[in-house]
Write a new protein. Structure first.
Length: 312
């Protein structure tokens, strides 16, 4: 099965949008390689602004360019975008409703061997605290392309969390984005599994391991804000058991969103949250090691599901 790098797909889409006449401009903070922007840079060298290692300045410049009529997209590592630019995002982008499209690369622990300082496991939590932002975490290349096109066309601030790496397509070629709609990747009767973005691929691997014992509804939570919770609530009512899955802290991400849904709707379901435990850091290691360490690979997820389903 063909796999697509989400960052490469986004840059391909931005090139197309510029060729179609949209006033796209791309900003990086010494992150040309991280953002995969080189094809856009080669095609439109005057439309890539590299501010150097100055993330706060990047946000201010992006806002200024949006005020001039450009559609600025930023591309840098999630850890630095979130931690170093939090005030500028809150005030200059969110409070001001600036038409800036923030792209966070290497979300989760996909930055790999550069370690704990470069792993961003709180970005959804932080961005949910900023009003006005539309928040996306695409699960495959086609969805990333659609979300990029939607963000460019719609006025207002966006945050797109990109887990670096290549992933097979879940969506067909005719896919068109419906903002707020969770992506249902599998259907079943025994368990509801709700995943943040690309974690859905690991959930599908676990579902394949367990197919002779349990069947499950598997959803990708790709649109965090807006979010139509109807399909999730209906599945939870049906199964009565929920597993959330994310390369993110269990605080503030998919686990928190689903907890709020269960409590708010009075669904009374059993819930297991699987991610980086709240209050802990990742391991100073590559992404595959961290996935195994936190039980976020297919085998680990399958083991958690067995234990969860058999517990009375």
């Amino acid at each position: 099965m063909n796999k697509t790098d989400l960052r490469e797909k986004q840059i391909e889409t931005l090139i197309r949008l510029k060729e179609e006449g949209m006033n796209i401009i791309y900003l990086v903070s010494d992150s040309v390689s991280t953002s995969k922007v080189k094809p856009f840079l080669a095609r439109f060298p005057e439309l890539v602004v590299n501010v150097g290692i100055a993330e706060q300045n990047l946000i201010g410049i992006a806002v200024g360019l949006s005020n001039m009529g450009f559609i600025p997209f930023t591309g840098n590592a999630a850890a630095f975008l979130i931690c170093r630019s939090a005030e500028q995002i809150k005030v200059d982008v969110s409070y001001s409703h600036a038409n800036v499209k923030l792209n966070a690369m290497h979300a989760g622990f996909s930055y790999g061997l550069d370690g704990v300082t470069h792993h961003e496991i709180n970005d959804i939590s932080v961005m949910r605290g900023c009003p006005a932002l539309t928040i996306f975490a695409p699960c495959d290349g086609r969805e990333c392309a659609e979300m990029t096109r939607y963000a460019a066309a719609k006025e207002g601030p966006f945050y797109i969390s990109l887990n670096s790496g290549s992933f097979p397509d879940i969506h067909g070629e005719d896919y068109r984005i419906v903002p707020g709609k969770p992506v249902q990747a599998a259907q079943g009767q025994d368990l509801t599994v709700i995943c943040l973005g690309t974690a859905v691929h690991d959930a599908l691997e676990a579902a394949a391991i367990l197919k002779d014992r349990f069947t499950m509804d598997v959803f990708a939570l790709s649109s965090i804000r807006p979010l139509d919770k109807t399909a999730l609530a209906e599945s939870i009512k049906k199964t009565g058991k929920v597993l959330t899955l994310e390369q993110h802290s269990t605080h503030g991400g998919a686990g928190s969103i689903v907890s709020e849904l269960i409590a708010g709707e009075g669904l009374g379901a059993r819930l297991k949250r699987l991610g980086v435990p709240e209050g802990t850091f990742t391991q100073n290691a590559a992404a595959p090691f961290n996935k195994t360490f936190f039980g976020l690979d297919g085998k680990g997820i399958a083991g958690t599901i067995r234990e969860f389903m058999e517990k009375r």
